[in-house]
Ligand binder design. Structure first.
Ligand SMILES: Nc1ncnc2c1ncn2[C@@H]1O[C@H](COP(=O)(O)OP(=O)(O)OP(=O)(O)O)[C@@H](O)[C@H]1O
Ligand SMILES: [Mg+2]
Length: 347
């Protein structure tokens, strides 16, 4: 078998999401043929791609059609697609906002687990706690007592983010003394938001997750008007008081002044699994799904109510770092979000 034959075979394999073949998409690299072993690399659009095994199977299927006496050594790497190469800020390929209408629905919990999840899968990930008035990320990452280093340069002071569990993170909570209520006017909050992106040494990031305060604020307006935001993931719980507020958030993102694409919606605290393994829908069933249907928004998934989730947040060790059914739910959600972004950015 020669390189030409390999390329011909692989040009019959489609990326299931991008609906084009791997060769046209420039996803095949480093082909080598050594005795009976054919090796090549597939460059994915996100390391969190859930379709690796399927792509590998499809490649082997086509290659074996030509020669099934050879060994095929397929490896994966990734090159995350940026939202917009032209307007990209620093080296941040994607900014993802986590938002909700109502407070306390699990934004910070989901933002933390999502950030760690993407990093576990191999993505360079950062996390900003933009909830200036009630930051919780420092607690969720067990770094309340750490102070980010400040690097003084001629032009301005540069903040070096804290590193924890494989991600770079920064919060207003780390820049202001503990328990000091922040009484800030809107413009100060806006300028703090800008500073958290522009005056920080983030390095190269595939994803920067921004944990937003609930509802609408100057911070939302600043983010949408000053930065190219890939999209937002909206969090709601199933009950009406939460979905009503989520509707308001959705209409805000659809307005010109605060326009941010909606990646999808996650329904948190969807059900509780009792000792008999029965799902109990404490806050009603499918409130999130119904909202998605109403506004033609993608439904990303559900998260149950589970004490291990809140314990993880309180102890400063996100549940996704453990191996259990709940952490698998968060891993699947992280993959689904990365996948949707890759599809949207490749269009
Ligand atoms: N699925 C869940 N199961 C159990 N507890 C949860 C779950 N999701 C969130 N919690 C807990 O609910 C509380 C609120 O969650 P969190 O702080 O993430 O919400 P939030 O939307 O960020 O709130 P705020 O609007 O105040 O920023 C936390 O104590 C968290 O640990
Ligand atoms: Mg929060």
């Amino acid at each position: 078998m020669n390189e030409k034959q390999i390329i011909k075979a692989l040009s019959k394999v489609n990326d299931p999401d991008l609906k084009k073949d791997l060769v046209s998409l420039n996803m095949i690299k480093n082909i080598s043929i050594d005795n009976n072993v054919v090796s090549f690399e597939i460059v994915l659009t996100t390391p969190a791609c859930p379709l690796k095994e399927q792509i590998k199977k499809d490649c082997l299927n086509e290659l074996n059609k030509i020669n099934n006496n050879l060994k095929y050594n397929i490896t994966f790497s990734s090159n995350v697609v940026p939202f917009d190469k032209k307007t990209m800020i620093k080296n941040i390929k994607n900014i993802i906002a986590i938002s909700s209408g109502k407070g306390g629905v699990g934004k910070s919990t989901i933002a933390s687990n999502l950030a760690v999840g993407l990093s576990i899968m191999g993505a360079k990930t950062g996390l900003i706690d933009a909830d200036i008035f009630g930051p919780s990320i420092p607690t969720m990452f067990n770094c309340e007592n750490e102070q980010p280093t400040i690097k003084k340069t001629k032009e301005k002071n540069i903040i070096i983010p804290i590193e924890q569990y494989g991600i770079k993170l920064l919060s207003m909570g780390l820049l202001i003394p503990n328990n000091k209520a922040v009484v800030w006017r809107g413009p100060m909050a806006s300028s703090a938001m800008k500073q958290l992106i522009l005056d920080v040494e983030w390095g190269e990031l595939d994803y920067l997750i921004v944990d937003l305060p609930p509802g609408t604020s100057d911070i939302h307006i600043t983010l949408s008007q000053s930065f190219p935001v890939t999209g937002t993931v909206i969090i709601t719980t199933p009950q009406k008081v939460s979905t009503n507020d989520a509707e308001k958030a959705i209409s805000m993102y659809n307005q010109e002044q605060t326009n941010i694409p909606i990646i999808g919606l996650i329904e948190n605290m969807s059900y509780f699994i009792d000792d008999n393994n029965k799902k109990n829908y404490l806050f009603g069933k499918d409130g999130g799904k119904t909202l998605c249907n109403k506004f033609s928004i993608d439904f990303i998934g559900q998260i149950p109510i589970d004490k291990r989730i809140s314990d993880g947040s309180d102890l400063g060790y996100p549940i996704i770092l453990k191996e259990n059914k709940i952490s698998n739910i968060f891993k699947t959600l992280s993959q689904n979000i990365a996948r949707k972004i890759a599809i949207n950015n490749s269009k």
